[in-house]
Design a protein around this ligand. Sequence first.
Ligand SMILES: [Zn+2]
Length: 325
Amino acid sequence: MASMEDLCISIDIGGTKMRVAVIDRSGTLLQRDEEPTLAHQGREQTVERLTRIIAKLISLTGNGKLVAIGASLAGPVDPDAGTMNSPPNLPGWDGFSLKPLLEQTFNLPMWAANDATLGAIGEHSYGIGQGVTNMLYLTVSTGIGGGIIVDNSPMLGVRGFAGELGHMSIDRNGPICTCGNVGCLETFASGTAVAKFARERLEGGQDSLIRKVVDGDLAMVNSKMVMDAAGQGDPLAVELVEQFASNLGLGLVNLMHIFDPQMIILGGGVSQSYQVYSAALDVAIRRHVMAHLRERINVVVSTLGDDASLLGAAHLAFQRGGRGV
Ligand SMILES: [Zn+2]
């Protein structure tokens, strides 16, 4: 490395894993490490381990010039202070900001945002959304997160709450959601919801391949098993996947009517089974969408996968880093 190349520290803290990477302006991950978050052991323990990983990666970085830290956090984040607001998967982080500690420890400015917003920024900057001016990103896994890009800019809202696309209600009589609302898209079309509906039907005695896959232990049922069984033509799984696609489609139609995006990008674990439900999703969208938009449906799968938020955090760090703290 002859010249001093601009680099950033990018961190992604989720309920299960925390990842740290050193990333350059082209989006190349030069160093990376990850550890389980172990949120139940308490925030201080997690932050201490995080700080140690960052220090280790910086020591491996060599000649580059670090310009900022970008952080992707699982929950609503205040865009200026970096303060989290009741993140469901990070107990103990409500009202907490990593910013003062990390800025002081590493003498770098730090910027933070919600993980799904940064997933959208990642895809827009380095992934399948490059060159797309208006796009939505939905991460469908345990829950459903969302990020919105309007006229090439992320839409954060006044308090960083914009883009909670999974908490759009599609049924006033639907299940109670963890957010306090009822019938949220997340309660119908997340991986957790698909697994729950499958479990209920299996507990009711319905015959299915899924029962054999888990050897009768219904607590083990997950959405991937349902998707895989549907791919093999299992009638219960096919029915559940059609129901899932119908609900996700209704949610996407609402979003198309509000945002008129060029592209909707699906990320998260459930997007990996896209080929199983893409036809049913297309049928559902066509059934509900305004006629003019019917030939302009553009739903695609994320190309960055698990790294979308990490790369979005890097983009945020490079974009805001130079402006000082
Ligand atoms: Zn909700």
